[in-house]
Ligand binder design. Sequence first.
Ligand code: GDP
Length: 608
Amino acid sequence: MELRASREAKQVRPEMIIVPEDNLTVQELADMLRLESSEIIKSLFFKGITATVTQSLDLTTIETVAEEFGVPVLQDDIEEAATKTVDMIEKTDIDSLITRPPVVTVMGHVDHGKTSLLDSIRKSRIASGEAGGITQHIGAYQVEVKHESKTKKLTFLDTPGHAAFTAMRARGTKVTDIAVLVVAADDGVRPQTLEAISHARAAKVPIVVAINKIDKEGSSPDRVKQELSEKDLIAEDWGGDTVMVPVSAIKGQNIDKLLEMILLVSEVEDLQANPRRLAKGTVIEAHLDKAKGPVATLLIQNGTLRSGDVLAAGSVLGRIRAMVDEHGNRIKEAAPSFPVEALGFSEVPTAGDEFEVYTDEKSARMVVGERATDARATKLAQQMASRRVSLSSISNQVNEGELKELNLILKADVQGSVEAILGSLEQLPKNEVQVRVLFSAPGEITETDIDLAAASGSVIIGFNTSLASGAKRAADANDVDIREYEVIYKLLEDIQSAMEGLLEPDLVEEALGQAEVRATFAVGKGSIAGCYVSTGKLQRNCSLRVRRAGQVIYEGNLDSLKRSKDDVKDVNTGFECGIGCDKFSNWDEGDIIEAYKLVTKKRTLSTN
Ligand code: GDP
């Protein structure tokens, strides 16, 4: 029964398709539209194009074909804005690449010493030989580290905590190359430690652990290692591959060692940029200064930023009037991974937005203008893109062989339930799809959970728990699917169904209109119904139901719709038209046609 339902679901056209920037083949387009490739080839043939299954189609052709089946097309660059992890390097950069310093974020549980560690690092190793000099907070700073007789730089983001980190990731920006996880040796692994691990893993960023407060009595670095090993972070001296450095932020103990280890980890990452091009990067912080106007800290991720450069930062235009480094020194140019505070924006840019320098103001203005108008479309596309991350849509993707991993965030009433559910999830057959629990903890479903879910494309599973205030709103805004359960068996059943691609999509019927058959015409082997639209409208390719004397005698697709002799897309109330169905021709005068659309609907909590 379920199998049949899923097969039928495949026949239903998607609400819209998002196509990549490079071309699609006929087969790929057919799969997206959930059609047989022969139907696409037929449609192309009638447009005068003879095509094979492997032939690539350009965007205009894709649009005309998809439109014929009533499916709008969106281009992938918009989807990218919603889901990408930024790739700042372009093909043209390849010949001029140099190693750039890593950008490091410090994360961990509250009071474990993130701020103290950032302060201690800043004080011990300020770049450009100004150790001891006064630094101002601009949201990021660089330090120099000696390693194998060479001096190398590291860039630290100066906003501890993962709120900023996740917010940026949720916007699709990836700035961090390495996450330093601070764990207090006298307190061990705590909820926010786990959260930080989840965030770093979701972003696929390597973790270096700083076991802090080793100066304190009662501190136990081994206990921290033990607890972390339970989370699959195993210290190198315990045979694992996670770098863990015991430090004291307050005493400045072992900070050099930590910096050196971060540098080593970054070398493996092979971070590169091309300094010989116009700059690109991300806005780290921004505010309005009463005297200076809009002020923004920019992190350069590729290229070199120069005073006087014209740039677009999100939808804000800028011409760099002045730049200062973290010591307040005026600088004329800034290289990759360098943070600068810049003046000269038309408005305050948004932290997390990307910026890019243009050769002339006109181009920058155009980009900014387009972005403002695109902002609405992007929001829609983001919603469409993230909407796919619901248990039922995942089921669909599994069906199509697209999805190999199901990301979950699990919140339950008590630790016992969490463990029981995790245990049962492990028992599920893993033929096609792997379940990845990015984060699990007892407690309410919070806004942070929603952030993580939005950033990582996860579904949130709640077991006998509730939503913290604000969480529902955040989930709605980000289109995050929250599934609440009271019995473990039901929870497992749903997840297993999703993994097997059998979960029924939530499709609801949306009535379009009604028409009455007034005459029938034989055409070839088939027959066309001459109709009068009495209410609403009819649309080509919508679904229809034919009733005779109240009984449904046929359900299927409205395959052809004509006014006079012309094919049309829709016909409104009060007009006559001709209707043809490929699989039905037994029309009779007086038949009533009910036209409707099937639309995918997100499951709400009440229907779970
Ligand atoms: P954050 O909330 O993670 O930023 O933690 P803070 O940096 O604000 O530190 C929290 C508390 O722990 C402060 O009272 C610090 O003085 C203290 N602390 C931080 N690092 C150390 C350390 O290495 N040793 C000791 N004894 N105390 C520390």
